[in-house]
Design a protein around this ligand. Structure first.
Ligand SMILES: NC(=O)c1ccc[n+]([C@@H]2O[C@H](COP(=O)([O-])OP(=O)(O)OC[C@H]3O[C@@H](n4cnc5c(N)ncnc54)[C@H](O)[C@@H]3O)[C@@H](O)[C@H]2O)c1
Length: 251
């Protein structure tokens, strides 16, 4: 049997990067996945490549009505939801001097509001059977940078949002546990394009690697394996925790 055999898992931002890597490992371990993304072309292609146990739905995670529709679809098609992985996010660069209020709000809407909406929309359905909510934060929740004012603060909100929801679930005894994941720098299409967009990409890549005390970046599977653990019953006593997988970045 797989470690998440027959679990029904909804994963946002599954078209590429850590979401895609997580989806791959979860399918390998026997799960049935609904991946969502606002990039329809990439999401459709990813679901096709991952095989018959993966379905793709278009979703903008900032849209409350779409959350209701997506959860309604999951309930109608699968009857339950075992795991919700709130993975979709954007990185907004800039200091307090550079970032517009509009971009600051956009970062919060995609990175924070989406997690509130996801957990709130899925709560009733997941409470029927119990399950696991997994919220992607970042080592950037702990390590600040002058040029990441929006992303740092948005990602820092996620562990506390996670703790509050975890305590609510514990009080309700609804069998739902809620945890946050804090990756260090992992080479994904997002990070690749950030590096490519700098004046000296080779130097940027070297500095990104050195930010981790271990001296190198992580791989998507470093986070995908943690997703499998948190999605599986192996983590049944873990709730309200923030799991750092970051090569020591947040020490
Ligand atoms: N890669 C890293 O180094 C790193 C480090 C720390 C934390 N994280 C976090 O891990 C998660 C995944 O990161 P990644 O590097 O794979 O990112 P990515 O940009 O490669 O992938 C994010 C996915 O989310 C989707 N998305 C963006 N906005 C959306 C929206 N409004 N609605 C629906 N989908 C949307 C994108 O289309 C994309 O498929 C994010 O929460 C990110 O903040 C990543």
């Amino acid at each position: 049997m797989g470690r998440v055999q027959d679990k029904i898992i909804l994963l946002t931002g599954g078209a590429m990067g850590l979401g895609r890597a997580g989806a791959q490992r979860l399918v390998d371990e026997g799960a049935r996945l609904i991946i969502t993304d606002h990039d329809v072309e990439a999401g459709t292609q990813t679901a096709k490549e991952l095989g018959e146990n993966v379905e793709f739905l278009e979703q903008d995670v900032t849209d409350p009505e779409r959350w209701t529709e997506v959860i309604g679809h999951v309930e109608a098609a699968y009857g339950r939801l075992d795991v919700l992985i709130n993975n979709a996010a954007v990185t907004v660069f800039g200091s307090i001097a550079d970032v517009s209020y509009e971009d600051f709000r956009r970062c919060y809407r995609v990175d924070v509001d989406s997690i509130f909406l996801g957990c709130k929309s899925a709560m009733d359905l997941m409470s029927k059977t119990g399950g696991s909510m997994i919220n992607l934060s970042s080592a950037a929740a702990i390590n600040a940078s002058a040029d990441l004012v929006a992303y740092n603060s948005a990602k820092a909100a996620i562990p506390m949002l996670t703790k509050s929801i975890a305590l609510y679930c514990a009080r309700e005894k609804n069998g739902v546990r809620v945890n946050a994941v804090l990756p260090g720098t992992i080479m994904t299409p997002n990070v690749e394009s950030v590096i490519a967009g700098t004046p000296d990409p080779a130097e940027t890549e070297r500095l990104f690697a050195l930010a981790q005390p271990v001296g190198h970046m992580g791989e998507p599977d470093d986070i995908a394996h943690l997703m499998v653990y948190l999605a599986s019953d192996e983590s049944k006593f873990a709730t309200g925790a923030a799991f750092a997988v970051d090569g020591g970045l947040s020490i």
